[in-house]
Design a protein around this ligand. Structure first.
Ligand SMILES: NC(=O)c1ccc[n+]([C@@H]2O[C@H](COP(=O)([O-])OP(=O)(O)OC[C@H]3O[C@@H](n4cnc5c(N)ncnc54)[C@H](OP(=O)(O)O)[C@@H]3O)[C@@H](O)[C@H]2O)c1
Length: 341
């Protein structure tokens, strides 16, 4: 097995270029069997996919990670290093230091860790400037060694600039980035390149819609067809982007490319985003504990392997479809604006 490529964040933490996403165990994607979810994590770690992305608002995700982490450590054998990225997603309210500290303590206790590898901060309302206060405390806690990497999620370029100008050092911003949502390329990527900030991306597989499974399929619309929170979230993105018919054109193109490289459509979709400037890693959602979820591991490994190289011809074919889409930057705004209507 060849090693999974890594990227080093500005605070020194090395994370896999494909990260395991744990929103899928929040309960919004179907029932979660915690025991099976903990067991399923081993398969990812054995494959070298040792980086997990979670959040304080993802139901039992932090606890599932904690159980797995403690099980690994008590196993006696040499323990592979895990990287655990969580998110701090407070409701708007007072952001005194004790509030921030309490929230981090809760995550550490759930995750069964003494310090946090990475905290990605989310804020719901830019009109409420207390995000700067919260980030100031997080930055202090980073200096004190409680947090290794201080990061953001769903912040736009304007606020990234504002935060950076306050002297707060940010490692990464986690945003939606896929073949159908390329907003980060408009402004954010240049700011990230200029400031040594990595983009960690989600929605890159559109909840699984960007795969052979949906090629030639009638448009899914019902709740039964869009049976996870991801599927319904990204079906809405497809509708805004250009609709199901254009999406089918994209899938046909991706299938041709995938065949050329003897890989899957999902691997092409992931590789495409991994190759974008400033992208440090792609987060692939894992329905841990659901039968068959681990079957995607080999595709994830293939997508980040050095031997999968998209050619100029591949990129031109993709561009011939995507240029027929609507401009999501114009329609929605910069990254994260979808969370702030
Ligand atoms: N910061 C934020 O606001 C935010 C928002 C959303 C997500 N996230 C993060 O990003 C992660 C990813 O979540 P997402 O909602 O964006 O989902 P996603 O990664 O676009 O899609 C995940 C789904 O894609 C399918 N899939 C995975 N690999 C595949 C492959 N090789 N071939 C075919 N299908 C494949 C799986 O579906 P099946 O299980 O049905 O096979 C999986 O559940 C989350 O877990 C979370 O960590 C963050």
């Amino acid at each position: 097995m060849s090693a999974v490529p890594k990227v080093t964040l500005s605070g020194g933490l090395e994370v896999c270029r494909v990260l395991n996403g744990m929103w899928q165990v929040s309960g919004a994607h179907g029932a979660v069997d915690r025991t099976r979810a903990v067991e399923a994590m081993q398969e990812y770690v054995d494959a070298g996919l040792t980086t997990f992305d979670m959040a304080d608002i993802y139901g039992p995700a932090e606890e599932i990670f904690g159980q797995f982490n403690s099980k690994l450590k008590s196993g006696g054998n040499a323990v592979p290093a895990l990287q655990s990225l969580t998110k701090y997603v407070p409701r708007p309210g007072p952001m005194e230091r004790k509030v921030v500290e309490k929230a981090l303590q809760r995550s550490m206790s759930r995750m069964q860790v003494d310090t946090l590898d990475c905290v990605q901060f989310h804020w719901w309302d830019y009109k409420d400037k207390r995000y700067l206060e919260a980030l100031g405390h997080l930055s202090d806690l980073q200096q004190e060694g409680v947090i290794r990497e201080l990061a953001l999620t769903n912040f736009d370029t304007q606020r990234m600039e504002e935060i950076t100008n306050k002297g707060i050092r940010i490692s990464s911003n986690q945003v939606q980035y896929s073949l159908i949502d390329q907003r980060p390329a408009a402004r954010m990527q240049q700011f990230c390149l200029d400031n040594n900030i990595q983009l960690l991306t989600y929605g890159t597989l559109a909840g699984g819609l960007l795969s052979e499974r949906y090629l030639g399929k009638a448009e899914p619309n019902s709740r039964a067809e869009l049976y996870t929170a991801s599927l319904s979230k990204y079906k809405n993105v497809i509708d805004a982007w250009g609709g199901w018919s254009l999406f089918q054109d994209l899938l046909v193109t991706l299938e041709t490319i995938a065949k050329r490289h003897d890989c899957s459509v999902a691997s092409v979709a992931t590789r495409y985003v991994l190759d974008r400037p400033a992208v440090g890693g792609v987060i692939v959602g894992c329905r841990l504990g659901v039968a068959g979820a681990g079957q995607h591991i080999s595709d994830s490994l293939r997508s980040c392997s050095a031997d999968l190289k998209l050619t100029e011809e591949d990129l031109a074919a993709i561009e011939a479809v995507t240029r027929r889409s609507r401009d999501l930057m114009e329609l929605i705004g910069d990254c994260g604006d979808e969370y702030r209507s």
